[in-house]
Write a protein that binds this ligand. Structure first.
Ligand SMILES: C[S@@+](CC[C@H](N)C(=O)[O-])C[C@H]1O[C@@H](n2cnc3c(N)ncnc32)[C@H](O)[C@@H]1O
Length: 310
């Protein structure tokens, strides 16, 4: 299991402990690993102190046998785990952080107050980062693995953290910062250069990498995925209709690969096994040739040099 963007691990300590205990009940002897991840500058020492009960926060590590706790200081915009190695990934209130800050937003401190080309640049950065986050996670997850992401977003009515009704947190930040520029405490350049490196995606932007633009030439656009609870996952209807090896229109190729891997691994489906063998034929041929050459034979008999030919 992994927690991406864990900070000091304190907010989630009960939830992670509960999840690990739940697995332990069902798999009494299975070794479990718990990996906390955040940016390299994160205070991971605090994470371990909390998890191992060295603070006044109730901890879980001592109660769960055969549990191994790790940390990774690798950004979630990159691959954190080897291919096919993570069973369950979790992240809360972190994916809105973008990997690079576009040009400054000159009239506000947050993208929710940006306009025109400045807003477009943030939207593009948010889109590219989201696709990359999802494809990095897709690569790390095992077939059948699960990823749960709780994200700060904008809902259909334009609400977001700090901007639901009445007072707006980001407008307040901006007003106070601008007042400091106006009274000379900071320079106007400092005001303009200050911006939260975040992008709050809306529901369409969140679901776009899963179901959105057609990825295959000549295919019609898929209808955007709509789920009243805003969960991001492949709709069961699509999952059930997935044929082995098929790359579905509108699905991000990385997710298609993930889905294909899952289907290919099912041993009972004979057509799948046949297709897998067909796909791997060139590789199998190469390996067979390699074996015969290693055994001192070419495909046409004994190796010439073994008989004294040049
Ligand atoms: C708002 S805090 C949330 C902390 C924790 N998830 C919680 O809910 O209490 C956001 C966390 O995301 C981390 N973060 C931001 N960008 C990140 C990145 N690119 N990779 C990993 N962690 C990141 C920050 O360092 C911070 O710890």
């Amino acid at each position: 299991m992994a927690y991406m963007g864990c900070a000091d691990g304190g907010t989630s300590i009960d939830m992670i402990g509960g999840a690990l205990r739940y697995v332990r009940e069902r798999a009494p002897s299975r070794p479990l690993t718990m990996t906390y991840t955040d940016l390299p500058r994160n205070d991971f020492s605090q994470v371990f102190q909390i998890v191992h009960g060295q603070t006044d926060i109730p901890a879980y590590a001592a109660d769960i046998d055969n549990l191994f706790v790790f940390a990774s200081g690798t950004s979630f915009h990159q691959r954190i785990f080897p291919v096919n190695s993570l069973n369950f990934g979790f992240s809360a209130t972190a994916s809105h952080y973008i990997s690079e800050r576009p040009d400054p937003i000159t009239s506000h401190v947050h993208m929710i107050g940006a306009e025109g080309a400045e807003l477009t640049a943030y939207a593009e950065q948010g889109r590219a980062d989201w696709e990359r986050i999802l494809s990095c996670r897709a690569a790390g997850l095992v077939s059948g693995g699960r990823l749960v992401l709780l994200n700060f977003c904008r809902d259909e009515e334009g609400r977001y953290l700090g901007g639901t009704e009445g007072v707006n947190m980001f407008h307040t930040f901006d007003r106070l910062w601008r007042e400091m520029a106006d009274d000379g405490t900071i320079t106007m350049a400092e005001y303009e250069a200050t911006v939260f490196p975040q992008y709050y995606r809306d529901v369409t932007e969140c679901s776009a990498p899963l179901v959105g633009q057609p990825r295959l030439p000549g295919r019609p656009a898929a209808r955007p995925y709509r789920n009243p609870r805003h969960r991001l996952s492949l709709p069961p209807r699509l999952r059930a209709a997935w044929r082995p090896g098929e790359v579905r229109q509108g699905i991000h190729p990385d997710f298609a690969v993930l889905e294909r891997k899952r289907v290919l691994r099912r041993p009972v489906e004979r057509p799948v096994a046949r297709r897998a063998r067909r796909n791997h034929r060139p590789l199998l041929r190469f390996l067979r040739n390699l074996r015969t050459r290693k055994a001192g034979r070419s495909r046409h008999g004994l190796r010439p040099h073994l008989h004294g030919h040049a």
